[in-house]
Design a protein around this ligand. Structure first.
Ligand SMILES: [Zn+2]
Length: 611
């Protein structure tokens, strides 16, 4: 049996898709239809049904009753004939997780628009994607990894998915995007870029081809893509890129990814070196591509199958997001797309971010995974004090684990082997990864117990001990004070600046027309002791007007232990506060190559070059 869908951008100016779902042999007790509460890969209940503006059911040529039975489910009146439900869905979320439609383009995730026919999730789904009516849409094309079933290449028409799970795992872009094609290990890849941009498309094609090949070889070995070589889990891949003024985000799918980036993150024509912003884009693309294996196929047992009606709990996001975050940049280095020094700078910045998160003393990374739904995805002003990111800490746990495995096996085995072993044992067989399996496989690879390592790294809030592990690779982890609020670490302090005595209030701030807005107050900081709160606007320091440009230099003229007088607005009330300035902590990390360490050179080369 087949479930039939049609989708048409019925009214782009009003941001409305019209979606019809037809069931030939409906449930005789009254067919139920539902929209997902969340989209896999983004662990927050989003209640996509809230964007349904109107909905109706038809059977045998006339309208039948359609009762709403909970926030996301409808039941049609019993019928012995085919039932068709038609919904009008509002699409004005320009993110990788939702749906967006105007007269310039349309983007959709199936979770936003396609009703699930309850009890029929395993049936084949045919989708007719229709062009909007009107001359201005004549040039529109379609980009998606969904298989064509009659539609011309990049055209409107019929597409097909094996089941509902697949249907909602192929986002669709429609409009006048640029299209770039390349092959990696003989697998056709496409990049569809929507939005104004002036990217060097040849460079993008070359770099992504190299990246994709490096990743395929990482998972399947060097014979991948050769005749008789290992089979890849997908036969086509699409990068759906939306370039805007300011933005960053990605969501992984089984044969595609949706990326949102700043247009300036795309490579500039005529510039040979990878700029910092282009490295950010490459890191994002690498992250989502790695997910094609790690989380889309190798996935927690808790996600097999996804329960789309509610939260799905797992303690393993440190691995599925953290290990992915570890390899995203590492594989850029292995692919030769960034230099080793750039990679070490990125690592130094990650360590810096963790050092600036007091929440690492409060929440374990295992708890951070479990509570993603109510914490990571719903961060408030207290988040840095009460939470640790399973991306960030997870990536550094992965680094520590990798270096530990390399150290204990004298360089013979690594985290690469753990990932490939997990792949063979679980993903290749379509089995979900049990909560304790990653640790067990890592211990097998290590040939010794890693209980103490995992208890500390995953289930305690004690610091990860990176310095001794990096030392084995001939690298020195150093810490210093931040130079300024803009200092993200990763590099030594510039010459001559080191001896300036700095002060700290422990505040994170943002520009505000009235002065300086406090966005976060770091736990146990001078600012907290003085009674400054998130949301306060500092309007004067020692009687002089404060602004984003003047606050830091003014404080830099003072010494730890001295007191400053601050005028702040809390809501509309003016307060005068005295704060005692503190000595800043050395929360800025960077990694230096030890010139003498010949012994570490071999381990370092194996790790950074993947040989
Ligand atoms: Zn991710």
């Amino acid at each position: 049996m087949t479930i039939r869908y049609t989708i048409v951008p019925r009214n782009p100016e009003a941001h409305l898709f019209e979606v019809t779902c037809t069931v030939a042999k409906p449930d005789l007790a009254g067919q139920r239809f539902a929209l997902p509460a969340w989209i896999p890969g983004s662990y927050l209940v989003r209640d996509f049904a809230r964007h349904v503006v109107s909905i109706r059911a038809e059977s045998g040529g006339r309208e039948i009753a359609l009762a709403k039975i909970d926030k996301q489910t409808w039941r049609a009146a019993p019928s012995t004939r085919p039932v068709a439900v038609t919904a009008s869905v509002y699409a004005w979320d320009l993110s990788v997780r939702g749906a967006h439609l105007d007269a310039t383009h349309g983007f959709l995730n199936g979770t936003s628009v396609f009703l699930r026919v309850i009890g029929r999730e395993h049936e084949r789904c045919e989708v007719e994607i229709r062009r909007p009516a009107g001359a201005r849409y004549r040039e529109w094309r379609v980009a998606t990894a969904m298989a064509r079933d009659g539609a011309p290449a990049h055209g409107f028409g019929r597409y097909v998915a094996a089941d509902y799970d697949e249907l909602i795992d192929h986002p669709v872009e429609m409009g006048t995007f640029d299209l770039v094609r390349f092959e990696a290990c003989r697998i056709p890849h496409e990049i569809a870029i929507t939005g104004h941009h002036d990217a060097d498309l040849d460079r993008l094609r070359r770099d992504l081809a190299r990246l994709c090949q490096t990743q395929m070889r990482f998972w399947h070995g060097s014979r991948v893509g050769r005749p008789g070589g290992p089979k890849l889990p997908f036969d086509r891949y699409v990068f759906l890129v939306t370039a805007i003024g300011e933005g960053y985000g990605g969501l992984e799918h089984r044969a595609s990814t949706a990326l949102l980036c700043s247009r300036d993150d795309l490579p500039e024509a005529g510039v040979a070196e990878a700029s910092e912003s282009y490295r950010t884009f490459l890191g994002l693309a690498s992250h989502e591509y790695f997910h094609t294996w790690n989380v889309k196929r190798l996935k927690p047992a808790a996600f097999v199958p996804y329960d789309l009606e509610r939260e799905n709990y797992t303690t393993l996001l440190w691995a599925f997001e953290g290990i992915t975050s570890y390899y995203d940049d590492l594989l850029l280095a292995r692919a030769g797309l960034i230099a080793e020094k750039d990679y070490l700078e990125i690592l130094g910045r990650s360590v810096t971010s963790l050092l600036r998160t007091p929440g690492r003393h409060v929440q374990t990374v295992s708890d951070a995974s479990f509570d993603a739904w109510i914490k990571y995805y719903r961060q408030d002003e207290n988040a840095p004090n009460a939470q640790v990111s399973y991306y960030l800490k997870g990536s550094l746990v992965a680094l520590a684990l990798d270096l530990t495995l390399r150290g204990r096996t004298r360089g013979r085995r690594s985290l690469d082997d753990v990932m490939r072993s997990l792949w063979t044992r679980y993903a290749a067989k379509g089995i979900g990864v049990p909560e304790d399996a990653i640790e067990a496989v890592a211990e097998e690879v290590a040939g010794t117990s890693l209980r103490a390592f995992f208890d500390r790294a995953l289930r305690s809030t004690r610091e990860i001990q990176l310095a001794p592990l990096l030392a084995e690779a001939g690298l020195t982890l150093r810490q210093r004070e931040a130079e300024s609020a803009a200092d993200r670490g990763g590099k030594p302090a510039p010459d001559g600046s080191a001896r300036m005595r700095r002060v700290s209030l422990g505040l994170r701030t943002a520009a505000d027309p009235q002065g300086v807005k406090v966005t976060h107050v770091i736990a146990a900081s001078a600012g907290e002791r003085a009674g400054i709160a998130a949301g306060d606007v500092i309007v004067a320091v020692d009687g002089l007007r404060a602004s984003g440009a003047t606050l830091e230099p003014r404080l830099a003229r003072r010494r730890p232990g001295e007191r400053v007088k601050l005028h702040i607005f809390r809501r509309d009330e003016l307060h005068e506060i005295e704060a005692e300035l503190a000595t800043p902590v050395e929360d800025t990390a960077y990694i230096e190559m030890d010139a003498r360490a010949n012994a570490g050179a071999r381990l370092r080369a194996a790790w950074l070059k993947g040989k």
